[in-house]
Design a protein around this ligand. Structure first.
Ligand SMILES: *Cc1c(COP(=O)(O)O)cnc(C)c1O
Length: 393
């Protein structure tokens, strides 16, 4: 059998939907113009396509098109938001609040600012992965210029209470940024209702192409000031220079459009698959879910298995299923997930964790197969341990 493993790593990235690819293709070869070329039809075509995409993205979050700034993805959007605010509001203060379980694309810009003299408060999370709103209220100070809290966690899928956070920030007069890379197109987002001032998005987690994303920047009530991080031709109202990548932008908008159109039915389907998987796995002794099981992305499951060697488990699963472990690999070493540690898990349990991201192209048969394989692998690892009681794991 020479089959590729079942893909269950949809929180890392997703394949491009055929409908998205079809929408993109004409913009590589036929409508290839530069949207900044105002003197001919090639430029106008590109500009029209980008304008339409901007409209779709704005509508998806109840914003207006002029508030959308295209970027190369959520990493750049987060950097633009956090560094851009820190420079623009420097005279107001140098204190930023974020959360221990954020993506590195938020944590690392904050650490960078810390090295420049900013003060960063890293809020802890409760054992279910959600922040305590009172902790947030207590952390806000007169010199706080930004609160950055993600919409949906990329490892454990938990959904932070955006509307409540937005309410607290607005009341305190502090700008609220949310990294919505895992949320856009999957859960309802409304920048007015949730009082969000900056929102990062990316296309490749929702069946769009890699290398494209956007930052929503509120223009009124309040008007958010941002210092650009890329200087050049003055594109995107001066906030992000560089020729706009028309095919990617068209694909991004198509991906969001499909995500929204199918949100209800697809959420139901994914939830059914996740329940099926989770109920099958219940026979495994020592199984524990990581993160709140209700306030969560429907396709995400993250769990630990006590007394199992995480590395051996992953190795056993590799030929059958592509998933992530509860560890993050940097270039030189593997370390336990900072998200799982923040939930209070031991290092050992964090290593013995799996993240399963069920997506649009997964089927019920695949879920059955994966469940059976996980159960079989765990029990064979445990068997080996019983046979060789002195084995160090
Ligand atoms: C994937 C992801 C990012 C990074 O997005 P890119 O578009 O790959 O740069 C940032 N934040 C979260 C929560 C993510 O899941």
């Amino acid at each position: 059998m020479n089959q590729r493993p079942i893909y269950l790593d949809n929180q890392a990235t997703t394949p491009v939907d055929d409908r998205v690819l079809a929408a993109m293709l004409p913009y590589f070869t036929q409508h290839f113009g530069n949207s900044a070329s105002i003197n001919h039809m090639y430029g106008w075509e590109a500009e029209a396509a980008i304008s339409q995409a901007r409209e779709i993205l704005a509508q998806a979050i109840n914003a207006s098109p002029s508030e959308i700034v295209f970027t190369s993805g959520a990493t750049e959007a987060n950097n633009l938001a956090i560094k851009g605010i820190s420079e623009a509001y420097f005279s107001k203060g140098q204190h930023i609040i974020t959360v221990q379980t954020e993506h590195n694309a938020v944590l690392d810009p904050c650490h960078y600012l810390q090295s420049l003299g900013f003060e960063i408060t890293l809020l802890p999370v409760q054992p279910n992965g959600l922040i305590d709103l009172q902790e947030l209220e207590k952390a806000i100070r007169p010199d706080t210029i930004l609160v950055s809290i993600m919409a949906a966690n990329n490892e454990i899928g938990v959904l932070q209470p955006l509307a409540e956070i937005g309410g607290i920030c607005r009341q305190a007069g502090v700008i609220f940024h949310t990294d919505a890379a895992q949320a856009i197109g999957k859960i309802p987002l409304d920048v007015e209702e949730m009082k969000i001032d900056l929102l990062s998005m990316t296309a490749h987690k929702i069946y769009g192409p890699k290398g494209i994303g956007a930052l929503y920047v509120r223009r009124k009530h309040p008007r958010v000031q941002l210092v650009p991080q890329l200087h050049g031709g003055g594109h995107e109202r001066g906030m992000r220079s560089g020729t706009l990548y028309t095919p990617q932008i068209v694909g991004f908008a198509k991906a969001v459009e499909i995500g929204l159109a199918e949100q209800k039915s697809e959420s139901q389907r994914l939830l059914t698959l996740r329940h099926k998987l989770w109920s099958k796995l219940q026979t495994i002794p020592g199984l524990q879910a990581n993160g709140d099981l209700d306030r969560r992305l429907v396709g995400n499951l993250n769990f630990s298995i006590a007394d199992v060697d995480g590395a051996a488990l992953l190795l056993g699963l590799q030929p059958i299923v592509a998933l992530s472990s509860g560890s993050a690999c940097s270039s030189t070493k593997t370390s336990p997930s900072h998200v799982l540690l923040a939930l209070g898990l031991s290092e050992k349990l964090a290593y013995a964790s799996l993240r399963l991201g069920i997506g649009r192209f997964n089927t019920a048969d695949e879920i059955d197969l994966v469940a059976e394989h996980i159960m079989a692998t765990v029990s064979s690892l445990r068997q080996a341990r019983v046979l060789e009681p002195n084995l160090q794991i």
